[in-house]
Ligand binder design. Structure first.
Ligand code: PLP
Length: 367
């Protein structure tokens, strides 16, 4: 049986009539840039989060970058984040003119460990970018409390966590802004690149919008150095259709995760992902740890079970960040984790028989 990590073809087949209708409407209107579907998506996403503003941009990376630019960083400023994440989290801190400062993760959650923040703080620290990795909210209460005490901002990298919540509240609504990605493999994925910024602050929303349109208040009133970073109308049309299914898909992901948790408990040396009290994990990835990771991955590949390693290296281990980032304290947990993680199939449309098959193969490996 073939069980890919993610089965976007199946999702497309299921939604094909609705998607084709939505795309055809854009083709007919020929309003590919800032068409009405974009406004509709922005207000649907703002409503979904119960937040005042949502601004579509060209990618999740640009969502991070434009938010950081709207925070007016100066050369030498420091922004604390995790090294166990996708490159965009730290790359955008550099692009915005600041220095990324890496602190270690809590290996139980894969997320930034709030206990490491204070030791990383200097007079140059401006803020912290927690990442809600794999769909699990970072431990926001202590992060927000520490930031408030030190007059620093918190900006959320929500790229993997659309629909996830922390103590009953959706991620992307806690700090100065949330950066979301619509990359096809995210929980809400488009037909290409796309991203979005959420914020409660109307001036910040306006700045992000201006930055996304060449820095102009309008076409011939350019007030800052901007970008061309818009969310295409076609992407917005696709995302509006998929948004209607997102909660159901996230529930499916959670059901599959619960199945893995129940049936893989105690198998070999596997360590299963945690879901701390009060979090609503949306499992963009279901990621286990084992000392035999590479052998397990090879075994599963031979049996056509799709897996992936997120992430085989922490960011501070890569050349760019070796030269540009500051390391605060030991990053031993991030390094050890990167050697042991493996993500198993958690496609929201995965069938019970397919999950049974995956579980059987994993059990067979560990004998
Ligand atoms: C995907 C991702 C991004 C970047 O999003 P793109 O839409 O691919 O630019 C940023 N941060 C994290 C944690 C991601 O997973």
């Amino acid at each position: 049986m073939e069980t890919p990590l993610l089965n976007l073809k199946r999702q497309y087949q299921q939604l094909r009539p609705e998607l084709e209708k939505a795309l055809a409407a854009v083709f007919e209107s020929q309003r590919f840039i800032r068409g009405p579907e974009l406004k509709e998506l922005e207000s649907a996403v703002a409503d979904y989060h119960g937040i005042a503003h949502a601004v579509g941009v060209a990618s999740g990376t640009d969502a991070l970058l434009l938010l950081l630019e709207a925070l007016d960083l100066k050369p030498g400023d420091e922004v604390i984040t995790t090294p166990f994440t996708f490159v965009a989290t730290a790359e955008t801190i550099l692009r915005a003119g600041a220095t990324p400062v890496f602190v270690d993760i809590d290996p139980a959650t894969f997320n930034l460990d709030p206990n490491r923040l204070e030791a990383a703080r200097t007079e140059k620290t401006r803020g912290v970018v927690p990442v809600h990795l794999f769909g699990l909210a970072a431990d926001l209460d202590p992060i927000l409390a520490w930031a408030e005490k030190n007059r620093l901002w918190v900006m959320e990298d929500c790229a993997q966590a659309f629909g996830a919540a922390y103590r009953g509240r959706k991620v992307g609504t806690f700090g100065v802004g949330g950066a979301f990605s619509f990359f096809p493999s995210k929980n809400l994925g488009g037909f290409g690149d796309g991203g979005l910024v959420t914020t409660a602050d109307s001036r910040r929303a306006e700045t992000v919008r201006i930055l996304s349109e060449h820095g102009g208040r309008d076409k011939y009133n350019v007030v800052m150095l901007g970008h061309n970073s818009r969310l295409d109308t076609l992407q917005a049309a696709v995302l509006l259709v998929k948004l209607r299914y997102l909660d159901e898909w996230n529930r499916n992901r959670r059901r599959l995760a619960a199945g893995y948790n129940r049936r893989l408990a105690g198998v070999g040396d596997l360590r299963l992902p945690a879901e701390p009290e009060g979090s609503y994990h949306t499992y963009n990835q279901y990621t286990v740890r084992t000392g035999q990771r590479d052998r397990l991955q090879k075994f599963l590949a031979e049996r056509k079970v799709g897996t992936a390693i997120y992430y085989p290296f922490a960011l501070h281990q890569q050349e760019l960040f070796r030269k540009t980032a500051r390391i605060a304290g030991s990053l031993e947990q991030s390094e050890a984790t990167s050697r042991e993680v493996l993500s198993l199939p958690i496609d929201p449309l995965l069938t019970e028989a397919e999950q049974d098959y995956v579980i059987e193969q994993v059990k067979e490996f560990f004998g």
